[in-house]
Each structure stands twice: as structure tokens, then as C-alpha cells.
Design a protein around this ligand. Structure first.
Ligand SMILES: C[S@@+](CC[C@H](N)C(=O)[O-])C[C@H]1O[C@@H](n2cnc3c(N)ncnc32)[C@H](O)[C@@H]1O
Length: 225
């Protein structure tokens, strides 16, 4: 999927940028992602950083963090909400940045953004900008395919309001947030695990792929392993 350049999608992200940062399933898996990041990195790249919720946390792992996003409002909000002396936020499309930069990264991380790009091409571009022992760490949304996945998805739907109540103190989603995301989801399509496996094999050669309970998958690629 490659809708990250669609002006309608960018406009939606420009609106979504003004929503409050709050607990969601991307945030839920941050701990897992951070466990896969080595300490004392020189430079980390956060692709599709949004309002910088994760970016700021990356400052504990690296001397320098570059965080890029195609939505100008996202970058503006990230600078307001999650500024850090180690972090540079840049308003640019990932494809363009990866093509133009001379930098090499110890880790390239991306959360809930890969499906807005051509997944295979962007993984190849990320791999080309890694240091010798560099890592790619991805979290993105997944499409159900097997019966087991559909059953798990129903279970997740049942458990979801309970977790949301625990984490946010409310069961429902505020109208403003619901409407902003509903408009957005109409443009989204996601990969199945089978498709992810094929793409990872072609683009990276190897990588640990994990399907998570709440409609997400992750890829951890370690160039040095
Ligand atoms: C669902 S948000 C996730 C934001 C953040 N990573 C998080 O987890 O909170 C996806 C982000 O990817 C950005 N994005 C989409 N396509 C992009 C592209 N081609 N280059 C850079 N950023 C992109 C969007 O603007 C949006 O901020």
C-alpha cells in the first residue's frame, strides 16, 4: 500500500495530529519494541514518528534520534509535546529521506506507518541505511487470514473495552477521535502474516515476525546476527 503520499491521507493525519496522545494498541506494544533496541546506539531513525510519543523514549537508547513524518502538523505537535535535545524532527516523506540521507542508523524503527508505504521497497531502503550490526524494528497493523486469527480477533474485540477502561478510565472512544480515525481507515489496507513473511524474505532475507493479540504484527531484523 502506498497512500502515505495521498494528499487526502496526509490531510487526515494533519487533523489526527491535534488529538490528545492517549493509550492505544501501538503504545501497548512499545515495551516489546524497546526491548529489541540495544543501549548506547549512535543514531536511531523513527519513520512516521507522528506526535513523537515513542520518539522521546528512544532518547534513552541513542546519542541522536532523527524522527521523520510526512505530515507537517504531526511534526509540529511532536516538537511541542515531545521535544528533546537529542531529537531532530523533520517533515519529509520516508522514501525521500532514505534516498537522500548519507547517515547510517543503528536502529530504524517504525510504528503503525509501514502500511502507508510500499512495504517491500521501504524495507529495502531501510536496510541500505543500516550500520553493519544495525536493526530494523517494525510494528504495524495486520489483516486476518486464518480461522485462528479470526477467532483471536473476536476475542480481542471482546477484551478491548476492558483493557481500554483500565488504561484510559473509559470504555468508549471520544466522538472527535472516532470520527477522525473512521475517515482515515477507509484508505487503509493491511498485509496478512503470509504476505509479511514473503516481503521480509525478499527485502531483508530474514527477520523475526510476530503476530500480536491486538491486530498488530512486528518485524525485528538484525543485520549483525
Ligand atoms: C498511525 S500514525 C503512527 C504515529 C507514531 N508512529 C505512533 O505510533 O504514534 C502513522 C504516521 O505515519 C506517517 N506517514 C505515513 N506515510 C508516511 C511516509 N510515506 N513518510 C513518512 N511518514 C509517513 C503519518 O503522517 C502518521 O503520522
Amino acid at each position: 500500500m502506498e497512500n502515505g503520499h495521498d494528499i487526502r491521507v496526509i490531510k487526515q493525519f494533519d487533523t489526527i495530529a491535534f488529538l490528545q496522545d492517549t493509550w492505544d494498541h501501538n503504545q501497548q506494544y512499545q515495551k516489546y519494541l524497546l526491548q529489541n533496541i540495544p543501549q548506547h546506539c549512535k543514531c536511531i531513525l523513527d519513520v512516521g514518528c507522528g506526535t513523537g510519543e515513542l520518539t522521546e523514549k528512544l532518547s534513552r537508547y541513542a546519542h541522536e534520534i532523527i524522527a521523520i513524518d510526512v505530515s507537517n502538523n504531526m511534526v509540529q505537535e511532536a516538537q511541542k509535546r515531545n521535544a528533546h535535545e537529542k531529537v531532530t524532527y523533520i517533515n519529509i516523506a520516508a522514501e525521500k529521506y532514505l534516498e537522500e540521507t548519507d547517515k547510517r542508523f543503528d536502529v530504524i524503527i517504525s510504528v503503525a506507518a509501514l502500511h502507508h508505504m510500499n512495504e517491500e521497497r521501504i524495507l529495502e531502503a531501510m536496510k541500505a541505511k543500516l550500520t553493519k550490526k544495525g536493526k530494523i524494528v517494525i510494528l504495524d497493523l495486520v489483516k486476518n487470514e486464518t480461522v485462528v486469527e479470526y477467532v483471536l480477533s473476536i476475542l480481542a474485540t471482546v477484551v478491548n473495552p476492558i483493557i481500554r477502561f483500565i488504561m484510559r478510565g473509559r470504555i468508549g472512544i471520544p466522538k472527535e477521535e472516532r470520527e477522525a480515525w473512521a475517515g482515515h481507515f477507509q484508505y487503509d489496507t493491511y498485509l496478512t502474516i503470509k504476505e509479511v513473511k514473503k516481503i521480509v524474505t525478499r527485502a531483508l532475507g530474514k527477520g523475526k515476525i510476530k503476530r500480536h493479540f491486538f491486530w498488530r504484527y512486528s518485524i525485528v531484523y538484525n543485520q549483525g546476527a
